[in-house]
Ligand binder design. Sequence first.
Ligand SMILES: Cc1cc2nc3c(=O)[nH]c(=O)nc-3n(C[C@H](O)[C@H](O)[C@H](O)COP(=O)(O)OP(=O)(O)OC[C@H]3O[C@@H](n4cnc5c(N)ncnc54)[C@H](O)[C@@H]3O)c2cc1C
Length: 416
Amino acid sequence: VNGADVVVVGGGAAGILAAWRAAVLGARVHLLEKTNRLGTKILISGGGKCNITHDGPIEEVLSAFRANEARFIRPSCYRFTNQDILDLLSERGLRVMTREDGRVFPVDQTAKDVVRILGETLRDAGVTVSYETAVRRVIVKDEEIVGVQTKAGEIACSHLVVAVGGSSYPNSGASGDGYHWMREIGHTVLPIRPALAPMELEKPLAEMSGVALRDCTLLGRGQGKKVAEWRGDLLLTHRGVSGPNALGISREVAEAMERGPATLEVDLAPGDDFSHVDGAIQSAAKDHPRRRVSQAVQHWMPESLVGTFMALHETDPECIGANLDRNARRRLTGGIKGWNLGPVSHIPLEKGEVVAGGVELSEVEPNSMRSKRIRGLYLCGEILDVAGPVGGYNLQAAWATGYVAGETAAMDALER
Ligand SMILES: Cc1cc2nc3c(=O)[nH]c(=O)nc-3n(C[C@H](O)[C@H](O)[C@H](O)COP(=O)(O)OP(=O)(O)OC[C@H]3O[C@@H](n4cnc5c(N)ncnc54)[C@H](O)[C@@H]3O)c2cc1C
């Protein structure tokens, strides 16, 4: 389509909202998507269920982000709130529910329904979508957008929304293309780091892969100093750890690893102090001298892990209460309250849910998503240096910044 008022690159959460909003305001919109479908990352989000957003007052949602990132997305999150995205989807038949922890999901539908509905909103708003149309380059003349380069040739445009995402899960289509173009046209792109990613250990417990530790605290240390902790569930994997706790501290651990070695530690009894755990093991050993100590230790971990855990803490897994000496008991208690998993060897960026880093926020106008460097350019979604925690925060940031980018692009284009 030549002659669109607004061209949007990237059909993910941010690009879809941008294209839809611009079209609703009356702009002729052309959305260019590299893959053969919309919203691949939405489809895999929340384990295929799609954690659409996070419930609660906007200030509370914002407080989950780092302060500078919250400041940047604040105007757009007020302009297009967590309730607004739910209304948009609910009006077209999505039934949603809020979990106790504030995460919002479809009730009896899935991420597929979210993407189907978003596709319908684009169709009804009259957005033209070109699939398998990867943009290769953004064309700028005299610090003003003049078009984009695709395999099939140049597409002229004066108002361009770039919503190509980050570079985790490259199979989803988001493979970091945009960073390159943004640098080329004069934007600063901050180094890309893993943010919500699993972590690999120097000595993984590969034989325990698949074991889930419920309600524990994972603590990350950089050169011995605590850098972050997260309470929830932890999954042991073939190469290290995954699950909410691992994802929750991976950004801070990745940052710490740039300064030196980082290690992980698990508190398996976050609600009990050392003396309580120690006393409980001592009483169990005293009250049941013929019983295996492992039965008491099992209180704090899955049965399948106890043997390995005791062996790692230099205690015979067959040891009975009568034979448990003070040192062994202290080792077990120490392990339950602070199990040292050892050094982190690698945090695979591509396996993360989002990446940190991206286009420097001070170069984008937070009220409008206009680039401060290039006229006619609007940026939104994960290409920006914003990364929230797990819980629907990242999609909320993408919906909101996308909405505002599309709105401003349309208004600027129609004003001309
Ligand atoms: C496994 C997983 C689970 C997740 N779960 C959740 C969750 O439950 N809740 C939550 O809030 N967040 C979740 N996230 C994060 C969330 O999906 C992202 O933050 C969000 O999708 C970012 O939106 P975006 O539109 O900026 O980028 P993307 O969704 O990545 O979209 C970018 C789009 O641009 C296209 N594109 C890329 N390059 C080009 C090009 N050169 N030309 C044309 N098109 C191009 C891509 O194909 C893609 O369609 C999850 C992420 C992953 C990977």
